[in-house]
Design a protein around this ligand. Structure first.
Ligand code: ARG
Length: 578
């Protein structure tokens, strides 16, 4: 069965056909609820194409639709706008089905194989605020793709190659010159080193500061980095151990954010594909100032797209080389229909270059889509990227615990001890994620902990509060049934919730088409508002009419499950009290 909105759109399309016209019908929520619940605005377009009078078409269509049992109160307004309302019985039938099958709200797409590249943490460095949006948006997009029917692999694409490797190893060399990794006669034994994430947290900044102040040290860092790139075994072995330690730590933070990666691969994993990749690119590469580059500009470009550097002048690989080799590997292993990258807008130009060189060289088939889903920055109140009070980079853990301090105070006094800590933790994630996903993907936003953790307005806590409220109705119920049915529509407050559910199909489509979770956040807010309105108008537990009471409970249950499903797409956990 199709979503309700798709069924009724098809019926309008068929009615049009009967009148002798063709159109791909979409219905939208009416801007004049006094005239109808939904409206169809396509008549003017048809009339324009056929150079006829829209009023004539509209009149015929109204007549036709009035005979359809799905619609009531079909009417025409202005130069041919069609307003219509749905038959209550049909609506009730549908929402009863939705109660047991959320998927009836989703217009499923033809299944594609998709890889979502998100997260993008860098090994040996703590996850910081700048990595949060990729994690939140990427995880939610991955879930949204799955919801509409795609097969998705999420890959973290760990940043485990580069200067930080040189930094950490140069520091370890200073501190532990006796380690076998630093001896000329390394025997490949790769003994396990004793190092913790906390050590790394201290070693990296220490090395980085030292290298900044001392050119000789920086030169050593560069040398070590280049040696790892060349595959120098002692350092590669040591570095891989460090990646491991750091990965465990990074995973813990992703876990707190409910991010779950199907693949935990990194730039290092692409090395084995570099030779094959370069073979494919080779016909297009030429030398420029010692480096190997590839032209990717096109004649009709409005802005200049510079050539992509593929191999540096010292012969070493670069971020792009490893992204290209990763694309090669993904094509070979998964033959995806789409690879999408959820990365900061500042890398937009870079990905444009990478994508163009992939298509141009044939690394990727024309039929495989490469998409860049960039995002704006989370800023502080000064409008600049969010920092700690002393102007440093804020670690994600630190941000979460800062928000937890606030959510801790929002809970009921009766919630104490471990439970209070656990719930304030979950609430903090809801605060962060909802606020992060609410703005359109490409826009920047200003972090405001008080606003984001408020129990009112467009916030995670407000949505969760609504769900908790529904929960508490059921906990107060004296006897519980296994199943509650919607028996009829007794008030406008109920009707508005059902119409909202009909609309959800469109909201999910819009979110998916534009790859923004913003619409889902807005929708949740509107649904919660409608429910709370209903709740304040009706005394569910004391309702004497049995049919009404059962309906109210069914409606509450349904609202709860829709909230739960949508929050799950956003990777926000439900809580049962607050
Ligand atoms: N590690 C990178 C960074 O911190 C992000 C990786 C994005 N993904 C990719 N395939 N390049 O900027």
């Amino acid at each position: 069965m199709k979503p309700f909105i798709k069924i009724v759109e098809k019926r309008v399309e068929d009615a049009l056909k009967k009148c002798g016209y063709e159109d791909e019908v979409t219905l939208s929520v009416s801007s004049r609820p006094d005239l109808g619940q939904f409206q169809y605005n396509g008549v003017m377009g048809i009339a324009k194409r056929l150079r006829t009078n829209p009023i004539e078409i509209a009149k015929k269509l109204v007549e036709e639709l009035n005979q359809d049992e799905y619609f009531t109160n079909v009417n025409m307004a202005g130069p041919g706008f069609i307003n219509l309302s749905f038959n209550n019985e049909k609506l009730v039938e549908y929402v009863n089905l939705v109660k047991d099958n959320f998927d009836l709200l989703v217009d499923k797409k033809e299944t594609k194989n998709v890889i979502v590249d998100y997260g993008g943490a860098n090994a040996a460095k703590a996850l910081h605020v700048g990595h949060m949006r990729s994690a939140n948006i990427g995880e939610a997009l991955k879930r949204l793709y799955r919801l509409v029917g795609h097969k998705v692999i999420g890959d973290v694409h760990l940043g485990d190659v580069g200067r930080q490797a040189g930094m950490v190893i140069s520091e370890l060399k200073l501190r532990h010159p006796d380690w076998i990794f630093f001896k000329d006669n390394y025997d490949g034994s790769n003994p396990k080193i004793d190092i913790t994430p906390a050590d790394l947290g201290e070693i990296y900044p220490c090395a980085s500061n030292a290298a900044k102040e001392n050119e000789e040290r920086m030169e050593e860092v560069r040398e070590i980095t280049a040696l790892i790139d060349k595959g120098y075994k002692p350092y590669v072995d040591l570095w891989k151990q460090i990646i491991e330690v750091s990965s465990e730590d990074i995973k813990q933070v992703y876990d707190i954010l409910n991010c779950d990666f199907d693949l935990w691969e990194g730039e290092m994993d692409s090395y084995k594909y570099i030779d094959d990749t370069i073979k494919i690119l080779n016909p297009y590469l030429y030398e420029s100032e010692g480096a190997l580059v590839m032209d990717v500009a096109k004649e009709d470009d409005k802005i200049e797209i510079p050539p992509l550097i593929v191999i540096k002048k010292d012969g070493s690989t670069i971020y792009a080389t490893r992204d290209l080799a990763t694309i090669y590997s993904r094509m070979e292993r998964f033959s995806p229909d789409e690879i999408c990258y959820v990365v900061d807008n500042r890398q937009g130009m870079y990905f444009k270059q990478v994508f163009r060189s992939s298509y141009k060289s044939g690394l990727v088939k024309e039929s495989t889509e490469l998409n860049f889903y960039g995002f704006g920055t989370m800023n502080g109140s000064d409008g600049k990227p969010f920092k700690t009070r002393d102007g440093g980079v804020m670690e994600l853990r630190q941000l979460v615990s800062m928000v937890e301090d606030v959510t801790y105070t929002k809970l009921k006094e009766t919630i104490v001890g471990d439970e209070r800590r656990e719930l304030s933790g979950k609430l903090a994630i809801a605060v962060l994620k909802y606020a992060d996903l609410l703005p359109l993907r490409n826009t920047d936003y200003i972090f405001d902990v008080d606003k984001f953790s408020s129990l009112e307005g467009k916030t995670g806590p407000y949505i969760l509060y609504t769900a908790v409220r529904i929960n508490s109705i059921f906990s107060k119920l004296e006897s519980k049934k296994d199943k509650y049915d919607i028996k009829g529509i007794y008030s406008d407050e109920e009707l508005n919730i059902y119409l909202k559910l009909v609309e959800l199909t469109k909201t999910i489509d819009a979110a998916f088409n534009e790859k923004t979770l913003s619409y889902i956040c807005d929708y949740l807010f509107n649904l919660a508002n409608l429910y709370n309105k209903f709740y304040s108008e009706h005394n569910i537990l004391n309702e004497e009419d049995e049919n009404k009471k059962e309906t109210y409970l069914a409606l509450s249950q349904l609202t709860y499950s829709v909230i739960e499903k949508l929050l799950n797409v956003l990777a926000i956990d439900m809580i049962d009290k607050m």
